[in-house]
Design a protein around this ligand. Structure first.
Ligand SMILES: NC(=O)c1ccc[n+]([C@@H]2O[C@H](COP(=O)([O-])OP(=O)(O)OC[C@H]3O[C@@H](n4cnc5c(N)ncnc54)[C@H](OP(=O)(O)O)[C@@H]3O)[C@@H](O)[C@H]2O)c1
Length: 229
């Protein structure tokens, strides 16, 4: 089984790459601006998921139709602005990376998965798309669009043992929540989580593993959010 992870140079993607590598899987990650650690360089290719040719070249490089492929779409960005003040190009870029990037990788792997009769695709969506948080319209739009896209592609490929699902993450003790959110705001977010703590990376790994091992869950999402809606 080959595990492909976009946005694996930091945060959640990097954690998942290290976990699957430690368990002995063949793992292939992408980075765009953050260089991977020296000992992991062999596992990485530089790919901008907003660039169709780069995505296709990466898939051509790392997998063939003989492989059982698991694709984890972790690459993601945020753009914080109210709609009234937003720059349209910056807004659209979020859609192109978060939604377009996931579609480009799926489009590139599907013919191989189809021939092999196996595939697992997991996209990372967000509780932010469910809540309506001021300043997040680009991010929320890109993440909620993953739900409709995944359900449709799941149905298109359901007879081929290819599943397509999302993990709707809440506020995790990692990645963009940990590094990009000011501490005071993070404290406020924490107060809103019914379980009373940020989500830990290991919970993500366990959920990914569950979806990879299950061939009867497709076209849906798992809310991994400590009860936050
Ligand atoms: N952390 C959370 O609490 C949380 C909550 C809900 C959802 N999520 C979602 O989970 C996923 C991972 O989040 P994270 O917290 O780990 O984020 P992160 O730490 O900010 O990492 C983002 C990753 O995306 C990559 N990336 C950004 N733009 C890219 C592009 N154009 N092409 C290719 N790769 C690109 C980055 O690569 P470079 O650094 O190399 O540019 C990096 O590896 C994201 O989709 C995010 O929306 C996270």
């Amino acid at each position: 089984m080959k595990i492909l992870i976009t946005g694996a140079s930091r945060g959640i993607g990097l954690f998942l790459l290290k976990q699957f590598k430690a368990k002995g899987y063949d793992v292939f990650g992408t980075f765009s601006s953050t260089s991977p650690e020296e000992e992991l360089k062999v596992n990485f290719t530089r790919v901008d998921v907003a660039n169709t040719e780069e995505v296709q070249s990466w898939i051509n490089l790392v997998v063939t139709e003989e492989d059982d492929i698991v694709l984890l779409n972790c690459a993601g960005i945020n753009y914080n602005s109210t709609a009234r003040r937003a720059d349209v190009d910056d807004w659209m870029h979020v859609i192109d990376v978060n939604l377009g990037g996931a579609f480009r990788t799926i489009n590139a792997v599907l013919p191989l998965m189809y021939k092999k009769g196996f595939g697992r695709i997991i996209n990372f969506s967000s509780v932010v798309a469910q809540r309506g948080i001021p300043g997040t319209s680009a991010y929320a739009a890109s993440k909620s669009a993953l739900w409709g896209m995944s359900r449709t592609i799941a149905v298109e490929n359901a007879k081929k043992n290819i599943t397509v699902n999302n993990i709707n993450l809440g506020y995790m003790n990692a990645g963009m929540t940990l590094n990009d959110v000011p501490e005071k705001l993070r404290e406020e977010m924490l107060q809103q989580i019914p379980i009373g703590k940020l989500g830990e990376l290991d919970e993500i790994y366990k959920t990914v593993k569950y979806l990879v091992e299950n061939d009867y869950i497709t076209g849906t999402s798992i809310d991994l959010n400590g009860g936050l809606f």
